[in-house]
Design a protein around this ligand. Structure first.
Ligand code: SF4
Ligand code: SF4
Ligand code: SF4
Length: 432
């Protein structure tokens, strides 16, 4: 089945509606076929724990992929945290006849496991971060204090499977959606754009949403916010709960389609959420509406760069930002739209941008689950060292990577939109 994609890979091997999708024998046969190709290719050696486990299990036992046990298959697939980095290496993705799609194969594996075992209390909570944040909001200061308390975190670890040291995003006392009506709009808009808020910005980082709306207003762009948005559904993917992801996707598609049909662009301040709309929704929701929403979804900085090229840009003289260490989120590399956020910052006189090309290891719930936290910190070590060696500001387009970077290095990473707003003298509000 095909998804639209923001760029990069254009066709995915993932069809939950097909009769074999949940068939264990068919899945195991496909895993052994793919692993044999990977073992011959080895381009992804050292890329992530999945490939380390795969090559180690085959090499140490001196066997072929066909001889891997069911436990071996599970160990490889379970270690995938869906960063999609292997797409940037793989010469065998469709339309190549090998039709390799390693990340979606891992998702299918998790979906089959989920179907067999169902979910537990911790799984259900982790799959619904928006719901958790919504429930905590009336007691936001208390929730944030609990998240910082060592004894409380030990209890959470036992009850919820969240590692006691894993950083958790702050709960904001007012959501972005509730603040939005009071935000300034351009008096004579020259263009309109639809905002898919993302649950992270809505419940945890509303200040980032405000900075984006203010910056777009300074460009002469009015932001439209369809009400009733759901989380994109990615966290349910993590647990293999395809049906819950699809239910959220259907709701968001129904909400966004009327705008997409008018030709309005859709942007999201978190690149992985934009990826969900642009690449996963056509795989989860049948029909033209999901494809139309996917096609309308733009990478935020690709959209901003296009505004700038058309002269829709703040007129103020920007202030220099000095040195900026710019982390590239893995999902962005897969989009195939270049690194436009980096380029926009680099255009500001008196600003030097250095790319930090390494994974933060956060990737959804991988960075917080008790069983994967240590591995996630290990994955992120290269990035953390680069951040520690850097001077000046640290930027990342991914708020979860920012959280991970802050936790590991003590340096606060800022979203590039916030830096753009600051450079152009646009007031950025507090996040609470
Ligand atoms: S998606 Fe990321 S974690 Fe999964 S196999 Fe590919 S590189 Fe590894
Ligand atoms: S995913 Fe593709 S590039 Fe990576 S090891 Fe397998 S065949 Fe090679
Ligand atoms: S990918 Fe975006 S919308 Fe989905 S859970 Fe994460 S922050 Fe929320």
């Amino acid at each position: 089945m095909s998804g639209q994609g923001l760029g990069g890979i254009k066709e995915y091997v993932f069809d939950p509606a097909s009769p074999e999708f949940y068939d264990e024998a068919s899945l195991a046969a496909e895993e052994r076929r793919v692993f044999e190709v990977c073992h011959g290719c080895r381009l992804c050696a050292g890329l992530c724990p999945s490939f380390d486990i795969l090559f180690d299990r085959i090499d140490s036992k001196d066997i072929s992929a066909a001889e891997l046990s069911g436990e071996d298959l599970h160990a490889v697939m379970d270690a995938c945290y869906y960063c999609k980095l292997c797409y940037t290496k793989c010469p065998y993705t469709p339309p190549h006849e090998f039709r390799l799609d390693f990340p979606h194969l891992a998702l299918r594996h998790k979906a089959v496991q989920f179907k067999k075992r169902g979910s537990n209390f911790s799984g259900r909570l982790l799959a619904d971060p928006a719901g958790m944040t919504r429930k905590s909001r009336p007691l936001a200061p208390l929730a944030n204090a609990v998240n910082r308390s060592k004894p409380a975190r030990k209890l959470m670890s036992a009850l919820l499977g969240i590692h006691p040291e894993a950083p958790l995003p702050p709960v904001a006392s007012r959501s972005f959606t509730s603040r939005f009506p009071k935000l300034a709009k351009p008096s004579q808009p020259r263009e309109r754009v639809v905002l898919f808020t993302t649950c992270l910005v809505d419940g945890n980082y509303p200040g980032l949403g405000e900075a984006l709306v203010a910056f777009l207003a300074a460009c002469g762009v009015e932001v439209l916010l369809p009400s009733g948005q759901e989380c994109c559904g990615f966290p349910s993917f993590d647990t293999g709960d395809i049906e819950s992801s699809a239910a959220k996707a259907r709701k968001n598609v129904a909400l966004l389609y009327p705008y997409a049909k008018q030709g309005l662009p859709i942007v999201a301040p978190v690149s992985s959420c934009a990826m969900a709309l642009a690449t996963e929704y056509p795989l989860l929701v049948a029909g033209e509406e999901a494809k139309t929403v996917a096609a309308a979804t733009r990478d935020l900085f690709d959209y901003l760069a296009a505004l700038k090229a058309r002269g829709l840009w703040p007129t103020a003289e920007p202030s220099p930002l000095g040195e900026v260490a710019y982390h590239l989120p893995c999902h962005l590399k897969q989009m195939g739209v270049g690194f436009k956020g980096r380029d926009l910052l680099r255009d500001i006189p008196g600003t030097t941008v250095k790319l930090l090309d390494a994974c933060s290891g956060h990737d959804g719930t991988y960075g917080i689950r008790t069983g994967t936290y240590e591995a996630s910190m290990k994955v992120g070590r290269k990035l953390f060292n680069k951040v520690k060696e850097s001077e000046g500001l640290v930027a990342t387009e991914c708020p979860l990577s920012a959280l991970q970077i802050g936790h590991a290095t003590g340096r606060q990473a800022v979203h590039p939109v916030v830096l753009l707003a600051r450079a152009y003298g646009i007031e950025v509000s507090a996040n609470d």
